[in-house]
Design a protein around this ligand. Structure first.
Ligand code: FAD
Length: 521
């Protein structure tokens, strides 16, 4: 029941304010540990490195009760807001709270508990748990693993569930929000509610993909499956977008029971020897070489890569694995001669971006600003998006991965709060920029402007698209993002679960409502 509130000390001339009183009384109720000045900064910055916002205090809750007490205390003040901070890997300050309370969710007591219901395995984990820890514990202790992932796993369970959580398994299992069966949530009213499809279903569906607006996830129950031992990781290259996309769609549409890869992603890269944007980024192993002799003369400024993986177990016959891979690859129209593959452990595969993180830290691009742009673009517009954006605006690359791969809409539950395009198939497009900070690299403002130009183009051409990790400045933009029907539902949910707009102020969707609300103590 101990929590620690780190107070951002006001300057000498600052008079104590009512909110300061809330913090000091909160400190007493929660049982404050020493206030250190060392790590105050984590609450005022994020991975994006574009926003710096000073909160009133950073609070370290250890239990769900601590979280509920902080929300109730904020509700007693006319102005205080509360931002749950996962691992702060947002781009635009979404986990920040200007002059509000930031909850460091990673400080919550660790929970990784196996649950069996009618024989089926699930794991109960804290909202502040990192996915990489969930992976390691589930594989090493139970031989089991969640089914749906993100590419990078130093993200928290609550942080990705408040968006969607997408990677190369989502075509089969849906996003991470489709792989959770029960949540424990602290609402903006300070109530702690356990919810599922059958128990308080309104809250359950509302919270999944809610941008943190309706509740703080303190526990999630995640579907597990048997963990494979090994993964065959494959990259094949295309020069024509139509061939790349139709092969990718053929793979993700494979029916359950038909042989298919377990992971399907894709990306765009520059057709040149540029070390951070071009051919050298393709090989999976230092021994492999990208030989451009295979590229047809008709190829344009960019090339495309389908990234695939097949899971298998030690007991599987290697010739069966080869036969499945060869059978599937034999149906694809990639450039022969431009295929790369390695076999590696399952955990090592899922932690692959951790190795990129280590390199990026050494090169200084991990801590530089990251003006990223993430979109869902309908299948009907993706070819034109390729011609206008990949081949023109981004023809020199983004100094990092440009992901593009198809997802199936029927794997997304429309009762959840996340919004996606209308069409049966839509593509995730992610511009994961890793430019060095100025003066070595371009100014972040220039890259933000390039993102704006891409969005303007999508709007001007009336593409069916949605921002993933949306970030808007005006109410009208938010209404446009959700569409009238879903916006009404979003507002109703806000009124029901966080009527004073205490939660997730960094998303800048609703403003704090000052009128008092009757909180239970
Ligand atoms: P934070 O940034 O701390 O918080 C994000 C939002 O969630 C905030 O609004 C916050 O208030 C809210 N929140 C945090 N914890 C909780 C909680 N317990 N309950 C309720 N709300 C909460 N995303 C993908 O889908 N697929 C990927 O492959 C992928 N790869 C990535 C790779 C990198 C290197 C990075 C930096 C990000 C990637 N992301 C990916 C994006 C990532 O999913 C989001 O940025 C996510 O929000 C980060 O989680 P976090 O724990 O850092 O959340």
């Amino acid at each position: 029941m101990i929590a620690c509130a780190e107070h951002f000390l006001p300057g000498n001339d600052a008079e104590p304010k009512p909110d300061d009183d809330v913090v000091s009384s909160l400190s007493k109720t929660l049982g404050v540990q020493a206030i250190t000045t060392d790590d105050l900064g984590i609450a005022s910055k994020d991975f994006g490195g574009l926003k710096f916002v000073k909160p009133l205090a950073l609070v370290r809750p250890y239990t769900t009760d601590d979280v509920a007490r902080v929300v109730r205390a904020a509700g007693r003040s006319p102005t205080l807001t509360v931002a749950a901070r996962g691992n702060g890997h947002s781009i635009n300050g979404q986990a920040m709270a200007e002059h509000g309370l930031v909850l460091d969710m990673r400080s919550m007591n660790e929970l990784v508990q196996l649950v069996r219901i009618n024989g089926a395995p699930y794991v109960d984990v804290s909202g502040g748990a990192l996915w990489e820890d969930v992976l390691k514990r589930c594989v090493s202790e139970f031989g089991l693993a969640p089914r749906s992932w993100t590419d990078y796993l130093s993200l928290t369970v609550g942080g990705t569930l408040s968006y969607a959580g997408v990677s190369g398994q989502a075509f089969r299992y849906g996003p991470q929000t489709s792989n959770v069966t029960e949540l424990e949530v602290v609402t903006g009213k300070g109530e702690t509610i356990v919810c599922s499809k059958t128990q308080s279903p309104e809250l359950f569906f509302a919270v999944l993909g809610d941008l943190g607006q309706f509740g703080i996830i303190t526990r999630a129950r995640i579907v597990l499956q048997e963990a494979p031992h090994t993964v065959r990781w494959i990259r094949v290259v295309y020069s024509e977008f139509e061939e790349f996309s139709s092969d990718a769609e053929w793979l993700v549409r494979r029916e359950e029971g038909e042989s298919c890869f377990d992971y399907v992603e894709g990306f765009v890269f520059v057709n040149s020897d540029d070390p951070s944007n071009g051919w050298p980024t393709l090989p999976l192993d230092p021994q492999q070489v990208f030989d451009p002799i295979h590229i047809p003369p008709s190829a344009g400024p960019v090339l495309y890569c389908l990234e695939l993986a097949l899971h298998y177990r030690h007991s599987d016959n290697p010739s069966r694995v080869d036969a499945v891979v060869d059978g599937l690859l034999g149906r694809l129209r990639f450039i022969k001669g431009l295929k790369f593959q390695v076999d590696m452990g399952y955990t090592e595969f899922l932690l692959r971006v951790k190795r990129d993180e280590e390199h990026a830290k050494i090169n200084g691009v991990w801590d530089a600003p990251h003006p990223w742009l993430n979109l869902f673009v309908s299948k009907s517009n993706i070819s034109e998006f390729d011609s206008e954006v990949f081949k023109k605006i981004l023809k020199d690359g983004v100094h990092g991965p440009i992901l593009v791969y198809p997802l199936l809409r029927n794997k997304w539950d429309s009762r959840q709060s996340v919004v996606v395009p209308e069409s049966d198939i839509f593509y995730i497009v992610a511009l994961l920029r890793f430019s060095p900070a100025p003066p070595k690299g371009p100014s972040p403002q220039l890259l933000v402007e390039q993102n704006r130009q891409i969005l303007q183009l999508c709007l001007a051409k009336a593409f069916d698209f949605k921002l993933y990790f949306p970030h808007y400045h005006s109410r009208q933009d938010w209404i446009n993002h959700f569409g009238n029907h879903q916006w009404s539902r979003f507002v109703e949910r806000k009124t029901a679960f966080d009527p004073m707009a205490i939660l997730a102020p960094g998303q800048k969707i609703f403003s704090r409502v000052p009128q008092p609300y009757s909180f239970t103590q």
